[in-house]
Design a protein around this ligand. Sequence first.
Ligand code: NAD
Length: 264
Amino acid sequence: TGTLMAGKRGLVMGVANDRSIAWAIASACAAQGAELAFTYQGEALGKRVRPLAESVGAGLVIPCDVGDDADIDRAFDEIEKAWGKIDFVVHAIGWADKQFLRGRYVDTPRDAFLKAMDISCFSFTAVARRAAALMTDGGSLLTLSYLGAERVMPHYNVMGVAKAALEASVRYMAADLGKDNIRVNAISAGPIMTLAANGIGDFRYILRWNQLNAPMERNVSLKDVGGSGLYLLSDLSSGTTGEVHHVDCGYHIVGMKNPNAPDI
Ligand code: NAD
């Protein structure tokens, strides 16, 4: 525990359970004195999120489906009423129809493409616009991406295309908001077994491949991502914006299979 985030208030969007990346970042910030609010998608997840929020002393726990502008407006209205301003937002939300996270990308139908783009890319823009209006003393906005945005990963398909757009949106918003001392960054995390990851075909194989071939010869932990999230949300990263920061035990630099790794 420490005081790196003392006096800062932030909203964490995307906690589904205690294995969520959003929760790892939230815990790291809470341990440094941040005051947190949470949003959740639907009552089933609300039941899981409320006790987690309570455990870090968060009073504001708000339902918000980011596919609905009215929900986003209501969430930020509540935050404005309670806090008046906000210092940071974590957007750890992604979604695509499972049916298209296998097989060929080229077969993605229009509906599935637009829904994946809406929830996984546009929602960060919609949230950022409302948050920026409350960031009167500057702030930090953080989203989550994956290497499938930059290179072809098996089964990632339409999510890869949506994450590429999300990463581009990080750069455009960093340019828009920089003069207001609002920073916008992404963490490109290595694979972690979460609820969302479960929807991706052959995810266990992807985990094993990364573990064997990453320079650090292991997979990232939730704690690894939490620590990097804390850095990007805190004043330690006060000169960093528009960045896609890889937290993947170095996997993104690798061009070939580790010659010493066993066959899988
Ligand atoms: P998770 O299932 O714990 O979190 C995903 C969250 O998205 C859930 O809380 C879910 O409720 C939320 N969500 C989906 N649709 C929503 C909607 N319409 N409105 C509001 N919330 C919605 O899984 P996670 O792996 O922690 O995912 C968090 C982020 O990290 C995602 O953007 C994911 O793409 C990204 N990411 C994950 C990995 C990984 O391997 N797990 C790697 C890189 C990036």
